[in-house]
Ligand binder design. Sequence first.
Ligand SMILES: [Zn+2]
Length: 123
Amino acid sequence: MYQISVEEHFDAAHALRGYRGKCEALHGHRFQVVVRVRASRLDDIGLAYDFTELKAKLRAILERFDHSCLNDVMPFDKINPSSENIAATIYGEMKARLEEAPVTLEAVEVRESPESGVEYREG
Ligand SMILES: [Zn+2]
């Protein structure tokens, strides 16, 4: 089994609704996003999956979040733009984009800072 990961980031603002503390006010992060997929076999040139292709799929998802106020961007206009919800949202969209790919989505990790992050996986 091979596990492959790519990492991208986006810069965005968010404010956590209903949170009692600093994070209730609008503030920004450079959100680091790591996507992990697994593959059980390699292709004929020894690759499990092309990093470039995986990165392009992730970038396509993150595009609408970059330089935005997440609270105005779907689905965070309805649900709180917490790192937990961001990770689960990216996971769902990534899973749909990998439907035809020879790999299985394992996890999506979203980090708000070097010290704090969330990993989402199914189950
Ligand atoms: Zn925050």
